[in-house]
Design a protein around this ligand. Structure first.
Ligand code: FAD
Ligand code: NAD
Length: 355
């Protein structure tokens, strides 16, 4: 049945097997791909259903059953039995079990996460920490977002948010294995639909978190020499993990520059952390641009413009490999892309973050 759902361009059919001891059941997924890592598999055990989604290029291979329960393309999921009895079968199949379907067709899968902490970052932006359920394995890849879901006056409301690290430069080279916490920098809009509700949650309350989505690929960093980040307001959020990753893992990188657009000084997220990082790592520079500064501001002013960009986007060498990431309000991003094209940057050199 798996082959029925595959297209000619799709990956080879994955398969699974399972075995058990008295106390453990091991589920093995043969992906038939070499470049599978922990980002590629999302495991949930909610109520009675067990679901493992393995992302293989643009496809999702799903193991979805009721009951229960990195290297060369084999994934082992070990389930601890509630009772030491022999299982006759792994479970009864649920929707999409043992099928490989285009990732875009899998829909969003949610799990309930608990609010652990909420910390003010600016006058209107907070750092939220959510904890994944103990039986979930989920790592959000760099540059991707998830959807948060709350039921507000009887209606389910869903909005996208980009996870960040809990502070700007973690000392850790590798992401922590099986990290149970997800952090978000979220601006609360007093007249908004979703964010005031989110802000009203008490510590210990639950929010549903979806599987990750997004088209940023870490391969865009390969052999990269200059990285330019253009962020406006909370459009800074995808840049957090990008900065962390690029400065720790890309040896070819000579220069990383962030131009951060905000209305006022009070709106700048993690300003002192950014300044400290620039002090600590000489490859990194940050420039703040304000659209509604007070008269005391003697830094750069205005909106995104040809003048600001042409001065900012200087390659470290004539032909250095560059990537420009841009994120912010839609008119900001659209205008930015037009200006970058006018400055002769190619499509491959620009990554814009959108929904
Ligand atoms: P909304 O109800 O959408 O309102 C937002 C603002 O617009 C309010 O000030 C409201 O008064 C005003 N408004 C609403 N309707 C109108 C109207 N018709 N005319 C004029 N004004 C109006 N945000 C973050 O803070 N952090 C993130 O990490 C983050 N990541 C994102 C990732 C992606 C891929 C995308 C697309 C967006 C992301 N966002 C992020 C934005 C987020 O999804 C929400 O749009 C945001 O939180 C506002 O939601 P809300 O329901 O509270 O406000
Ligand atoms: P904001 O209103 O505080 O504005 C920040 C800056 O954006 C301004 O100072 C200005 O320089 C620029 N800007 C705003 N409107 C502009 C316009 N019409 N033309 C040109 N420049 C403009 O921003 P905010 O309230 O923090 O909003 C952040 C936006 O980023 C939201 O729309 C959010 O949806 C988006 N966002 C998208 C993603 C994503 O797609 N992955 C992630 C995070 C945030």
């Amino acid at each position: 049945q798996v082959t029925d759902t595959l297209t000619k361009e799709g990956p080879g059919s994955p398969s699974y097997d399972w075995f058990q001891t008295d106390s453990l059941v091991t589920l093995v997924i043969y992906t038939k791909q070499k470049d599978i890592n922990l980002d590629s598999v999302i495991v949930d055990h909610q109520d009675d259903s067990f679901r493992a989604e393995t992302i293989i290029k643009d496809y999702s291979y799903i193991i979805h059953i009721v009951r229960v329960i990195e290297n060369v393309g084999k994934i082992e999921i070990v389930l601890k039995k509630k009772e030491n009895t022999s299982w006759k079968r792994l479970g009864h199949p649920l929707e999409n079990h043992n099928s490989l379907i285009p990732k875009k067709d899998t829909g969003l899968n949610y799990r309930k996460c608990q609010l652990i902490s909420k910390e003010c970052v600016t006058h209107d932006t907070k750092l939220f920490c959510l904890m994944l359920p103990p039986s979930t394995h989920l790592q959000v890849p760099i540059g991707q977002h998830v959807y948060l879901k709350l039921t507000i006056t009887g209606t389910e409301i869903v909005k996208p948010y980009t996870p960040v690290s809990d502070f700007l430069l973690s000392e850790l080279k590798e992401p922590v294995l099986n990290n149970k916490y997800i952090y978000f920098l979220i601006k609360i809009y007093a007249a908004g639909l979703f964010t005031p509700e989110l802000d009203h949650l008490q510590i210990g309350d639950f929010v549903s978190v979806s599987n990750p989505e997004g088209n940023f690929k870490i391969s865009q960093f390969q052999e990269l020499e200059d990285l330019f980040l253009l962020a406006a307001g909370t459009g800074f959020t995808p840049m957090v993990k990008i900065l962390n990753y690029a400065l720790t893992n890309i040896p070819s990188l000579r220069k990383v520059k962030l131009m951060f657009f905000n209305k006022t000084e009070d709106d700048i997220i993690w300003r002192s952390q950014l300044e400290k990082l620039a002090f600590k790592d000489k490859r990194f520079q940050v420039e703040f641009v304000l659209s509604a500064p007070t008269s005391e501001w003697n830094g750069k002013q205005g909106h995104i413009s040809p003048g600001l960009l042409s001065e900012f986007l200087k390659r470290s060498l004539d032909r250095s490999k560059v990537l420009i990431c841009i994120c912010g309000p839609t008119p900001f991003t659209e205008q930015g892309i037009r200006l970058l094209q006018d400055l002769n940057f190619s499509k491959d050199e620009i990554h814009s973050f959108t929904a």
